[in-house]
Design a protein around this ligand. Structure first.
Ligand SMILES: Nc1ncnc2c1ncn2[C@@H]1O[C@H](COP(=O)(O)OP(=O)(O)OP(=O)(O)O)[C@@H](O)[C@H]1O
Length: 233
């Protein structure tokens, strides 16, 4: 059985008489340890898929499974536990707590988990051991995103979900963040899922899921994904 399974997942939004199918019978699977990119234009339904998989939103129809557990059938309480223990999130705008240091931001996440990693060690693995005691406002955008990745990793989650993780960064910094995420996947055997509108990133993924108008347009598997250093855009 695949690690992540989406089977005919539907999500509808109702606006007056209009119904928007943000997710329209979305079906795909992702294997454990894969680096997966979900790509599509703005409004295609990428974030909807990521939020449903992350337990931040629920679907109206269909089946969602992670590591054999049915996420789509969870109660609110089960979803809270699931978000807390099983999922690491990385967002476009970092979402750090501004009045806590970088290390404290990571500790905050590790404190709520069952089997966290050591926060200081995780900070070292994202090459921020020198900046642990700085506040977010004292860090560059790239460094803040490293803290956000450390915070997600310190929970020792089953999957790392990243929504446009380089959207607020310049080209070079964005590349270093993508390299870090690719390294997390390869070296820590994490299942990493990235949502992006940037088609150019797809050669670095093991699996590429293209989404258009709420539906899966195509799924490709790259037998030989490229290191991000070899990709230009
Ligand atoms: N809470 C909501 N209420 C109504 N419509 C929504 C809501 N959330 C999303 N939608 C609609 O669902 C569709 C898919 O949105 P979604 O945010 O998943 O797309 P996306 O591919 O992530 O876009 P972007 O790259 O711009 O973030 C869009 O048409 C959007 O307007």
């Amino acid at each position: 059985m695949s690690y992540v399974i989406f089977e005919n997942v539907c999500k509808y939004y109702h606006m007056g008489d209009q119904t928007i199918a943000a997710s329209d019978h979305v079906t795909f699977h992702i294997e454990q340890g894969e680096f997966c990119i979900i790509v599509g234009p703005s409004g295609a339904g990428k974030t909807t898929v990521l939020n449903i998989l992350g337990g931040m939103d629920s679907c109206d129809e269909g089946l969602v499974l992670l590591d054999g557990r049915e996420v789509s059938g969870m109660s609110e309480k089960e979803l809270t536990d699931y978000r807390r223990h099983d999922v690491g999130f990385v967002f476009q705008f970092y979402n750090l707590v501004q009045n806590l240091t970088a290390l404290e931001n990571v500790e905050l996440a590790s404190e709520i988990c069952k089997e966290p990693l050591d926060p200081a060690q995780v900070m070292e693995s994202v090459e921020l051991s020198e900046r642990m005691n700085n506040f977010p406002a004292q860090l560059s955008g790239g460094e803040q995103q490293r803290v956000a990745i450390a915070r997600a990793l310190a929970k020792n989650p089953k999957i790392l979900l990243c929504d446009e993780p380089t959207g607020a960064l310049d080209y070079r910094t964005g590349k270093t963040i993508l390299k870090l995420l690719q390294d997390c996947c390869r070296q820590m055997n994490k299942t990493v899922i990235i949502v992006t509108h940037n088609q150019a990133l797809t050669p670095m993924a093991d699996r590429v899921i293209r989404i258009h108008n709420g539906s899966v347009a195509s799924i490709e598997e790259n037998k030989e994904p490229l290191p991000v250093e070899q990709i230009e855009w």
